[in-house]
Design a protein. Structure first.
Length: 218
């Protein structure tokens, strides 16, 4: 397979000018987000990029490609990170790499966390699942759930009756992201004080840490 040609300085300059005309902003750092699933989480972060008016080069969002085990998600993130560092790559290296993982994997996250830590990859875990983070956009929900299906059921019953993975439009929801960040940080604090990992605190979400990284000033 032929190697990709690096983008020329002239082309890059023209792209930068076009982005400025459109009011699209660049972050000081380039961020890669690899999501456990190929449906809800990637769609959410893409909507968030549009809401924050971020350029395509500032934040890249990838699904897992069906390999949903925590260690598999981390390995994909590392592969993409190393690929961007390659001399043959036409993209700039990432400043931060994040993996969005469901906390219902429990102890299976341990190996993924160790591997991620060694390579500087960060984890954003939601327990029991990503839908708990979505629920925090609407209320400070602090009841433990048995599994992800229970979280989805609460989300549908209390807030979004028509929620379906992979087809929901997050454009309106992401306007509430500041509220979700505040609620998630408040509810996570007791677990941090007890030195609990997010997968051991039910419920909680550390997606707010990722959001804080994405919304940093230029």
């Amino acid at each position: 397979m032929a190697e990709k040609k690096p983008i020329s300085k002239k082309t890059r300059s023209l792209l930068d000018q076009l982005q400025r005309k459109r009011g699209i902003r660049d972050l000081a750092q380039r961020i890669l987000i690899v999501c456990e699933d190929n449906k809800s989480a990637p769609s959410y972060f893409k909507a968030l990029k549009r809401y924050f008016n971020l350029s395509a080069t500032s934040v890249q969002v990838e699904g897992s490609g069906g390999s949903t085990q925590p260690i598999q998600v981390v390995r994909k993130a590392i592969m993409l990170m190393e690929s961007a560092r390659s001399q043959a790559s036409s993209t700039e290296p990432y400043s931060q790499v994040w993996c969005v993982i469901d906390g219902d994997y429990g102890s299976k996250i341990v190996n993924a966390r160790e591997s991620a830590s060694k390579r500087g990859v960060k984890l954003a875990v939601s327990t029991k699942c990503f839908e708990y983070w979505l629920l925090l956009h609407y209320e400070e929900y602090d009841r433990a759930s048995m599994d992800c299906d229970s979280v989805v059921s609460v989300l549908r019953r209390k807030r979004i009756p028509n929620y379906e993975k992979g087809v929901y439009d997050f454009r309106e929801m992401v306007k509430r992201v500041e509220d979700a960040v505040a609620r998630a940080e408040k509810l996570r604090l007791p677990g941090i004080m007890r030195n609990e990992l997010p997968e051991d605190q039910n419920p909680c979400s550390e997606v707010y840490l990722l959001i804080n990284a994405v919304r940093l000033p230029v």
